[in-house]
Write a protein that binds this ligand. Structure first.
Ligand SMILES: *Cc1c(COP(=O)(O)O)cnc(C)c1O
Length: 401
């Protein structure tokens, strides 16, 4: 190769510059590169054969994604006698899909609950259903029902659950479900999106796998879609799951991972404030004459208050409440509220509200919606970190319209 100064102009344009970095950057860079350049043939062989650790091609792994995986692994395991491995995916859905696909084969079944995140229900029914991997829905709160399914159907290979779950914040006893899974040789997987590891760590209670939509609280700023999957069987994660991820191309991308990484630095501060505001707002709504019922786990009247105290260290940001006026009341409130953005997501730093009957569940038959606790006057709130006085004043004026 000619010396750089003797190269033609076109070659100068095309040549990659290797900056010299004597002092490492304080903040994680975005590694916007599709591949990694080997120093020598020998290094290439060593990395390709797994003798040496190293990056190859960004679909297989990337340092920005590795940093997110390491941070969340620490958050989910620190202080526990648990080892785990995490892989960042392009979305929460791709994390669920990649992990479940790594575990299941045609003929297997997934035991799960009817009040899952809507996308997950559809994934199990439509995508996994087409692969002859069927979901079996049951009330996971009812441990006798769970056990009778496990005893009666050896095709069940995975128990998949969310706790707390939409819209009533119903909880599942993580320790009991993980115990039943172990007893019957069935893997357990928890979606920990609502609580984050700051308030709930399912590994502590013995689950095998955790997934997160990091799109929500973990990022917190609503500026990317990303997900992550974690497993206690490190070898399985590094072989089967990693292979499924890299061959399906469900990997996360470095820019989104970097946004998630930034968000994670303030997770504890945000979650504390989310919870403080949610508690105060729940208490305000609970006393309001136009409100029939409030679903928030700090309230001693919530049926899962005691279970929440057992397995969570906080109550999170999600609440829902029922207006006495039904559909008309719900629409009036939604049109009058100013501080809650009508957006179909949750976990951002600002308050987000949803009226399922006229928004997310508009096309679902009323009976089906009611059977899942989504009544006409139900409003779901992802309580933000604004000043609580402003939130209460605004919700108050919208209720009084
Ligand atoms: C949003 C969400 C998902 C799906 O995550 P995406 O990042 O949108 O793919 C899964 N589970 C729960 C509980 C969610 O809120």
């Amino acid at each position: 190769m000619k010396e750089a100064t003797k190269l033609g102009f076109g070659s100068l344009c095309a040549k990659e510059i290797k900056p010299s970095v004597n002092v490492p950057p304080h903040i994680l860079p975005i590694y916007a590169t599709s591949s990694f350049a080997f120093e020598s043939i020998d290094q290439g062989i060593a990395i390709f054969t797994g003798k040496e650790k190293g990056h190859v091609y960004a679909r297989y792994g990337n340092p920005t994604l590795d940093a997110v995986a390491e941070k969340i692994t620490r958050m989910e395991t620190s202080g526990l006698d648990v080892e785990a491995e995490a892989i960042v995916c392009s979305s929460g859905m791709s994390a669920i899909h990649t992990l479940a696909l790594s575990l299941l084969k045609p003929g297997d079944k997934i035991l799960t609950q009817a009040n899952l995140y809507g996308g997950t229900t559809e994934l199990f029914q439509k995508v996994f259903g087409a692969l002859q991997i069927e979901p079996v829905f049951c009330r996971l709160k009812d441990l006798e029902q769970v056990e009778s399914h496990l005893r009666g159907d050896s095709a069940i290979r995975l128990i998949y659950f969310e706790t707390p779950a939409n819209p009533t914040l119903e909880c599942v006893d993580i320790e009991a479900i993980a115990g039943l899974g172990r007893q019957y040789g069935v893997k357990t997987m928890a979606d920990n999106t609502f609580m984050t590891p700051y308030f709930q760590r399912p590994f502590q209670f013995g689950v095998d796998f955790i997934i997160h939509s990091t799109t929500k609280f973990i990022n917190g700023h609503g500026n990317c879609i990303a997900g992550i999957m974690l497993g206690r069987d490190v070898e399985f994660m590094r072989t089967k799951v990693w292979t499924t991820m890299k061959l399906s191309g469900t990997n996360g991308n470095p820019f989104d991972a970097w946004l998630v990484y930034n968000g994670m630095k303030t997770l504890h501060v945000r979650m504390d404030r989310h919870q403080q505001n949610a508690t105060a707002l729940a208490e305000f709504l609970d006393r309001h004459p136009k409100v029939e019922r409030v679903n928030y786990l700090s309230l001693p009247g919530h049926p899962d208050h005691q279970l929440a105290l057992k397995q969570m260290t906080g109550f999170g940001a999600m609440l829902s409440f029922e207006l006495k006026d039904g559909l008309a009341g719900g629409s009036r409130f939604m049109n009058a509220v100013k501080m809650g953005t009508l957006a179909p997501t949750l976990g951002d730093i600002d308050t987000l509200i949803l009226h399922p009957a006229t928004m997310s569940h508009l096309n679902i038959p009323r009976e089906v919606r009611l059977a899942n606790g989504i009544t006409d006057g139900l409003i779901r709130v992802s309580v933000g970190i604004e000043d609580i006085e402003d939130l209460i004043a605004d919700f108050g004026q919208a209720l009084d319209v």
